[in-house]
Design a protein around this ligand. Structure first.
Ligand code: ADP
Ligand code: ASP
Ligand code: MG
Length: 473
């Protein structure tokens, strides 16, 4: 069945579209947003990211804040948004008011010399708070028959308040969003709704971010809350590829992934999708379509079941650089009751995410991000000095994950993966298999990771694509 025919069939009231920074940050991308809204037969809900580079710029600003630089930075932010807008944003009072809020927050940080995690989250959220003005101008200019409504996460997306990596509370958010929508639908027959991604608010009303690329997660949550038939995530690539195309140019598109496969891939660092983006859609069985904004017929469908082609057990390979292995040695090892819990508690209490675990009788190893570990190492050492004999760190490690349903139940996969890696003289250190039936992951030295990934890719990937089958909700 043609993709366009399928989409026409499953559309209900709301169409959720997520547009990332590459799309909102270019004139060509903005034009496509207007076209997609124009072609919509339903109520389009656009969940949007800051223009490309804006979150990085805001990060740079908070890290190098000084009174003299603030006016230059603020001017640069205004100019970048104005360049993209078909109308003069310098005449838009609401936009200028928002910019002024940002300016005041920046001076506040500068004078107090205090930068809490909460303030950092607030500053970084301005990329998304400001981009909606550009989107609204583009829609006003090109889509005259629709009324434009912005719904801010402040008014409906409730989080658990975790700074920098918050989770959305779907239950608490649902009635708030539905109320907002009801209000709009009450007085407008042909609306388009725009929602800034990347953040929500804690119950105390503090802005909290979902982590980099968090708009994918916002969009999935909105799809869940509105019980939409599907979610479209527009990208500058033709869907989920067998590997990051920047690392292996021969990467091929994967037409279908199961929720399980996509969750494992994003957990293990596939940069195309936020690591939590699959969860809210999965909860309601909503298919996620990853489509190329310039070539919409090319896509990946993420849903409950995915077709498995004979001989193509590994569908995609991801890698994560900047990792470290934190090794705790204890001669009494496994016999010491509760040691594992105490180690994990200490690491987690420092805000470090444990990506993977390997244990033996004398050593417990945690795979973590080096940048999260380094500033907290001393604290961990102090907290657990009485329960371990020694701590060692292996830095400059990279993780490789191979993902595919049935990977664990197919004989010979590990043999083939490690054969490919060793054919390039690359040493494998920490291995984890079996925790998930869908993923096999291990670590290598960071310098060797590209070689290893290339070797696995050539050993497993075939170019002919399976027939596309969409199961729907
Ligand atoms: P946006 O910010 O517009 O949402 P991103 O730049 O975050 O989009 O994600 C798209 C990029 O992710 C692609 O341009 C590609 O370089 C990169 N990428 C990394 N891994 C993959 C993969 N497995 N498949 C497709 N793209 C990938
Ligand atoms: N603007 C944020 C980022 O750059 C969120 C997103 O793009 O989804 O990470
Ligand atoms: Mg992104």
């Amino acid at each position: 069945m043609e993709v366009s025919i399928f989409i026409a069939q499953i559309m209900e009231n709301f169409e959720i579209h997520k547009f990332g920074g590459t799309t909102t940050g270019s004139l060509q991308g903005l034009k496509r947003i207007a076209e997609i809204v124009e072609q919509s037969q339903n109520i389009p809900v656009l969940v949007v990211s800051a223009i490309a580079g804006m979150t990085d710029l805001l990060t740079e600003i908070v890290e190098n804040i000084s009174e003299e630089l603030i006016p230059h930075y603020v001017e640069a932010i205004i100019a970048k948004h104005n360049e993209l807008s078909p109308r003069n944003l310098k005449l838009n009072k609401q936009f200028l008011k928002k910019v002024d809020q940002l300016r005041r927050v920046l001076y506040g940080i500068c004078y107090t010399q205090e930068l809490s995690g909460t303030l950092r989250d607030l500053v970084l959220s301005f990329g998304e708070q400001l981009v909606v003005f550009v989107i609204a101008d583009v829609l006003e200019e090109h889509v005259t028959e629709r009324s434009i409504h912005i719904i801010y996460p402040e008014d409906m997306l409730v989080t658990n308040g975790d700074v920098g990596r918050a989770l959305i509370d779907l239950e608490k958010s649902a009635p708030r969003l539905q109320e907002k929508i009801k209000h709009i639908l009450h007085s407008h027959t042909n609306p388009v709704i725009v929602i800034p991604g990347f953040y929500g608010v804690s119950e105390e009303g503090k802005i909290t971010l979902f982590g980099r690329s968090g708009t994918d997660y916002s969009a999935s949550a909105i799809a869940n809350l509105l019980d939409s038939s599907f979610l479209t995530i527009w990208k500058d690539v033709s869907g989920f590829m067998s590997v990051d195309p920047r690392i292996v140019p021969e990467a091929i598109r994967i037409p279908e992934l199961s929720y399980e496969e996509a969750s494992e891939l994003s957990h293990f660092g596939a940069k195309i999708l936020h690591h939590r983006a699959v969860l809210p859609a999965r909860e309601k069985g909503i298919p996620i379509l990853i489509r190329n904004i310039q070539n919409p017929e090319k896509m990946t469908i993420i849903q409950k079941q995915a077709t498995i082609r004979a001989g193509q057990i590994i569908k995609s390979i991801t890698l994560m650089k900047g990792m470290a292995i934190l090794k705790f040695y204890n001669t009494s090892g496994g016999s010491e009751k509760g040691i594992f819990f105490q180690l994990a508690k200490s690491v987690a209490s420092c805000g470090i995410e444990i990506i993977s675990i390997a244990t033996s009788q004398t050593c417990i190893s945690f795979l973590v991000r080096k940048a999260e570990l380094e500033p907290n190492l001393k604290t961990i050492e102090t907290q657990i000095k009485n329960i371990v004999d020694d701590i060692q760190i292996k830095s400059d490690v990279a993780l490789i994950a191979c993902v595919g349903e049935q990977l664990a139940s197919t004989p010979g996969i590990a043999y083939k993966v490690f054969g490919a890696v060793s054919s390039r003289d690359v040493n494998v250190e920490m291995i984890s298999a079996g925790a998930s039936s869908t993923a096999l992951h291990f670590t290598v030295n960071e310098d060797d990771v590209e070689q290893a990934v290339n070797a696995i890719h050539s050993a497993f990937m075939k170019t002919n694509e399976p027939f596309l089958k969409i199961h729907g909700k």
